[in-house]
Design a protein around this ligand. Sequence first.
Ligand code: FAD
Ligand code: NAG
Ligand code: NAG
Ligand code: NAG
Ligand code: NAG
Ligand code: NAG
Length: 494
Amino acid sequence: MRLGSVALPLAGGLATVAANSVSAGCRALTKPLGDAVFSRNTEVYKYESKNFWSNTEILSPACVFRPQSTEQLAEGLDALVHANADFAVRGGGHMGIKGSNNIDGGVLVVMSNLTTLQLNDDQSIVSVGPAYRWQDVYTFLAKHDLTAAGGRLGPVGVPGLLLAGGVNFYGNQVGFGCDTVVNYEVVLADGSVVQANRSSNPDLFWALKGGSSNFGLVTRFDIETIKSRKVWAGAHTVAAQYVDRFLAAAATYASDISDPKTHIVPALVPGDSTLASVILFYDSETESYPEIFKPFTDIPSVSSTVGFKTVAEFAAETGEMVVDGINDVFVAGSVTGASYEELHQGISIINTTFFNELPKLYKQIPTANISTIQLDWQPIGADWLKASEARGGNTLGLDSSKTYLCYAEVVEWIGSAYDDIVAEWVEKTTYAINNATQKAGLYDPFNYMGDSAGFQSIFPGYGEKNHQKLISIAQKYDPHGVFQTLMPGGFKIY
Ligand SMILES: Cc1cc2nc3c(=O)[nH]c(=O)nc-3n(C[C@H](O)[C@H](O)[C@H](O)COP(=O)(O)OP(=O)(O)OC[C@H]3O[C@@H](n4cnc5c(N)ncnc54)[C@H](O)[C@@H]3O)c2cc1C
Ligand SMILES: *[C@@H]1O[C@H](CO)[C@@H](O)[C@H](O)[C@H]1NC(C)=O
Ligand SMILES: *[C@@H]1O[C@H](CO)[C@@H](O)[C@H](O)[C@H]1NC(C)=O
Ligand SMILES: *[C@@H]1O[C@H](CO)[C@@H](O)[C@H](O)[C@H]1NC(C)=O
Ligand SMILES: *[C@@H]1O[C@H](CO)[C@@H](O)[C@H](O)[C@H]1NC(C)=O
Ligand SMILES: *[C@@H]1O[C@H](CO)[C@@H](O)[C@H](O)[C@H]1NC(C)=O
């Protein structure tokens, strides 16, 4: 389908200038790439402009550009830059921040048709296009008794996750998902296509490992595969009366992550009575209930899904928690600690502050309009960070001599009437948590991008040195700052 005739700008007035400049991008694309450009009245526009995880992300772009190939994307980007036209890029659409992956009046570039999915000859590397969700990748790899270090919930998008870092089940063995990327195919601001890997454009290779959309548009990720037939995994859920024991178990695990085949996500889910639920993951197809999980599994469960399954099956199971078509926000923060006592104190301060603030939210939003509230902790310790270093490192700036507990707050609600209330509440609550952990000497400025809200900053938390290095690499590959100015969405280095 083609973009129909473009409305002629009316004479005079500010609105006219805006209307004229917004359609400029669509017009510039339509000339050479009409088959890949879709105006508002097309089915493709209607589908793609709604194809986001959270309602809070939905805006009104002037048209959708859905390139069929890397070359088309490169040609389109060149046309947009020459027309000085605003655009946004959407991969899997799971960054739940208004304007991070969408744009009012500009061009929405979607990756849906960049669908490379291919193993190399010895099956050590899988090449993945940015069209995919992790479920697609795991299902494909499972047929070969393989998997990869990606999202823990199937519906999450491949590109945004790998560009943010990538917290994954195999972290203690391979580091972040981005650490397992051996090569990126990237469209640069000048419309050229380059490979970034250890020997070709190594500075860009490093920058893409956590630097997000500041350097170029990635059209292929070449990722290490991981041999895996089945794993032992599931969610072990316990009742409110055990919350303290559960949080102690989380601190025990975090203070001594002695078995790198493990991964956990402990979470509290407030409700009529608070549930505590931990995702347990063990990279073994024969051994269940490993010793290190005993502090959790000794707590009687109200429900448990643990068992042997493929990663594809497990990601589909966790993916059932994802509800589309409602409103969502994630917020991130971190504490660090060197002992059980410090890590437990960090967890406890975050827990207590969060629950102290909760009544203020319940007072403003009817229970029927709150879908989910969750508070979870991601332990990241020495094995994980040393695995990152062994693969050449990333931009996140985490120190392998420390143990991090990255917390995430999740609020999901029904009705955009509550958007501002939630936004104000999460911001205040996060500052209250961080002020309290700072006072205790446990605060760390690292905010994991994948879990961060729009009001948070990311790159200062990577450390001054890494932040400056990212800026100079962006200036080398994109001297006019196209990915900060014409593509304003997402977390920007400046
Ligand atoms: C339910 C849920 C579960 C999650 N689970 C995990 C998890 O297990 N581990 C984890 O690490 N994170 C997790 N996340 C966070 C996740 O990593 C981020 O939301 C990530 O942005 C998702 O990627 P996406 O492609 O879907 O995002 P999008 O919203 O499409 O993109 C995110 C950002 O990247 C940019 N971008 C997208 N594609 C490209 C590209 N090809 N080139 C350049 N820039 C691009 C976009 O413009 C945008 O700014 C989860 C999020 C949700 C909502
Ligand atoms: C492009 O992606 C859409 C959405 O996933 C799909 O329906 C369509 O068949 C794809 N088109 C091509 C040519 O691959
Ligand atoms: C790195 O890029 C070069 C091309 O620039 C390519 O020949 C080489 O195969 C790439 N290496 C990897 C590991 O992909
Ligand atoms: C966590 O918060 C709940 C609710 O305020 C409280 O009952 C519990 O004791 C707290 N636990 C810890 C370890 O802070
Ligand atoms: C609250 O949620 C209900 C469905 O549970 C929905 O019909 C209603 O519109 C929501 N309220 C607001 C103000 O959006
Ligand atoms: C402490 O709270 C104030 C607002 O009350 C906020 O500006 C500041 O950033 C907070 N500190 C941290 C470390 O988040």
